[in-house]
Design a binder for this molecule. Structure first.
Ligand SMILES: [Fe+2]
Ligand SMILES: [Fe+2]
Length: 406
């Protein structure tokens, strides 16, 4: 999980990926625990660096134990015997240990449990509003950006030419600028720079690019949420992380368009944004409740409000006439197997779990929601080989993609 130079390698470290000599010769397989003899050999054959699982061996036993306790707290709701969960746990452990060895301090119990946070005076009264009323209030008050509907129109028009798509998207300057940044990011990994929307349409595809544009214009709608309520940067980081994992997961399945999954991942918690706008106290209360009681956020929402954020996204996306496929993935990300065709929402569900697992290492505040085992099994992927590779790919992409958006 971390590339170290030969001088930094120590006996006992475990290779995270196959180690190959400069002439292509396989030296050691991933999973090999390096010993002194191996290290001598690496020096002899001139290997300069290796990808090892944990560079955190400089952490003393006590700190490692504290890291493990910290991560374990977040995995309270996760089945410890389910193979993918074991791998997610390992990933979270490794990343957290790495961050701690770089100087990051584990948040203490007081912070994790929000012990010193003052509760808001004006507590929302349960039953004050049902999801449909809350959404109606929102959609009556503010209109959704016009560009969204124009893009949706071309997206739904099978015969829309690449030219027309490029024209519609180009009418919004800030949208086009973000799109250009995004198609030049590692999300696509095109070798050459793409400098115009029409070029982007040609390379990425009209449908894919309009789906991206749709996602970006939805994000813009929420740019005014006050920072006192939630750190929007970490909200979007979680969303983009989920999008990246959704795209990677979609790539393992036959016939799924990765862009759609990136956008569904990006917007999976859109219901929470309406809650911040409409029920700021109740949603802050739910976040505190989750931390104080070490329960997943959705459980806390249910206790505080009697519904969860996907109950809000259902009427919301319906009233915005969001493309059905995208809306279904978002609406069912907490209960994918209840959707008649569960594969699509299962991808978002698993991506959300992976996003949560990697965020633990940076002080993510909520307990991991349970991973739906049926949903994981539906994807038919091998946890052992998939999870660590996917996390590596995510680590390479997240900062650049974040900067394309903000
Ligand atoms: Fe969610
Ligand atoms: Fe989420």
């Amino acid at each position: 999980m971390s590339i170290l130079s030969l001088e930094e390698l120590k006996a006992g470290m475990v290779l995270a990926s196959d180690l190959v000599a400069s002439d292509g010769r396989m030296l050691f397989r991933a999973g090999t625990a390096l010993n002194e003899r191996h290290l001598e050999l690496l020096e002899r054959v001139g290997v300069a660096r290796a990808d090892v699982e944990t560079p955190a061996t400089d952490l003393d036993a006590e700190t490692l134990l504290a890291v493990e306790g910290y991560v374990r707290d977040f995995f309270l709701y996760v089945n410890p015997d389910f193979d993918p969960c074991i791998h997610m746990f390992r990933v979270a452990m490794n990343l957290t240990a790495q961050n701690v060895s770089r100087g990051w301090e584990l948040p203490d119990q007081g912070i994790r449990r929000a012990a010193d946070v003052e509760h808001l005076e004006d507590i929302f009264v349960k039953g004050m509003g049902d999801p449909a009323t809350i959404v109606r209030h929102e959609t009556e008050l503010s209109s959704f950006p016009d560009i969204f509907f124009r893009i949706k129109e071309v997206l739904e028009d099978e015969s829309a030419s690449a030219d027309r798509i490029a024209k519609v998207v180009s009418t919004d300057m800030s949208l086009s600028a973000k799109l250009i940044k995004l198609v030049n990011s590692p999300l696509y990994g095109f070798p050459q720079a793409i400098d115009s929307i029409s070029r982007a349409v040609a390379l990425v595809g009209g449908k894919e690019l309009s789906t991206l544009a749709l996602g970006i214009s939805t994000i813009n709608y929420f740019k005014d949420i006050p920072p006192e309520l939630i750190d929007m940067k970490s909200f979007w980081r979680h969303s983009i992380t989920c999008g990246i994992f959704a795209k990677i997961l979609a790539g393992t399945q036959h016939g799924l368009s990765p862009e759609r999954f990136f956008i569904a991942g990006l917007l999976h918690d859109v219901g929470r944004l309406i809650l911040f706008k409409k029920l700021p106290y109740a949603s802050s209360e739910a976040m505190l409740f989750a931390r104080e009681n070490s329960i997943p956020l959705a459980e806390a929402e249910l206790s505080v409000m009697d519904f969860i954020h996907t109950d809000i996204s259902v009427p919301l996306l319906r009233s915005w006439k969001f493309p059905r496929g995208l809306a279904d993935m978002i609406n069912f990300h907490h209960n994918p197997m209840e959707f008649p065709n569960p594969l699509d929402p299962a991808v978002i569900h698993v991506a959300d779990a992976l996003a949560n697992a990697v965020e633990i290492s940076q002080g993510g505040m909520y307990v991991m929601p349970a991973l739906d085992e049926e949903a994981w099994n539906l994807l038919g992927i091998d946890a052992e080989s998939f999870i660590e590779d996917a996390v590596r790919e995510y680590a390479e992409q997240i900062d650049v993609i974040m900067s394309a958006f903000f």
